[in-house]
Design a protein around this ligand. Structure first.
Ligand SMILES: [Zn+2]
Length: 210
């Protein structure tokens, strides 16, 4: 690590300015006034987030390509994919719900996984992805809009309700969504924006002259 003058950091809870000091791996810096966590030195944050992201990407493909569940009515079986459900909602006039499901369960998770891969894969290879600040801001902006876990709960509730009247066969996408929910949470928990900024910011890589 390059020696640099200690920077000041403001506590996001109480605004107290404090010195930003280097931490040992696995340690956490807390605010001295209110005790809020200021930052962590997460070991292997980039490696772990990248591993979770790549695994989540594969499951995301499975969750969208395969049927969520099939319903058997009088010998006929009809299967539905997530995108099929979005289209069907749209055609039935429930356009706002269709759009909401598309944004929160397909578009935002896809954008999140692509942005994380675009940022973390080059960092892992020692490269700087062009336009990284835009992708970091995108990640920050879309974070509250990814709701795969809400969709998962919704799917389970509708599945239980449907079993009262029909024979329902859970599809590959349902299992994929279950594991995807866990992997997205794990990626979000291990991602450290501070770590990424530090690795990409030329000042912290000692490339600019004082
Ligand atoms: Zn504080």
């Amino acid at each position: 690590m390059v020696d640099r003058p200690a920077q000041l950091i403001a506590c996001h809870d109480c605004d107290l300015l404090q010195r930003d000091i280097p931490l040992n791996p696995g340690c956490t810096a807390s605010c001295r006034r209110c005790g809020a966590v200021l930052y962590r030195n997460a070991t292997d944050s980039v490696d772990r987030t990248l591993a979770y992201t790549l695994a989540a990407g594969m499951l995301f493909l499975g969750a969208n390509l395969f049927p969520v569940f099939s319903i058997q009515v009088q010998g006929d079986r009809s299967a539905i994919t997530l995108f099929g459900a979005v289209l069907s909602l749209w055609e039935q006039g429930m356009k706002s719900i269709s759009l909401l499901v598309f944004i929160t369960a397909i578009f935002v998770p896809a954008l999140e996984l692509l942005s994380l891969t675009y940022l973390l894969l080059p960092i892992r290879l020692g490269l700087v992805p062009p336009g990284y600040s835009r992708f970091m801001r995108t990640l920050q902006f879309i974070e509250p809009w990814g709701m795969v876990e809400v969709l998962m709960l919704g799917m389970l509730v509708s599945l239980v309700k449907l079993t009262n009247n029909f024979k329902v066969i859970p599809g590959m996408a349902l299992w994929s969504f279950g594991v995807l929910t866990l992997l997205l949470a794990a990626a979000a928990a291990s991602f450290s924006a501070r770590d990424v900024w530090e690795r990409l910011d030329p000042r912290s890589r000692g490339e600019t002259k004082p």
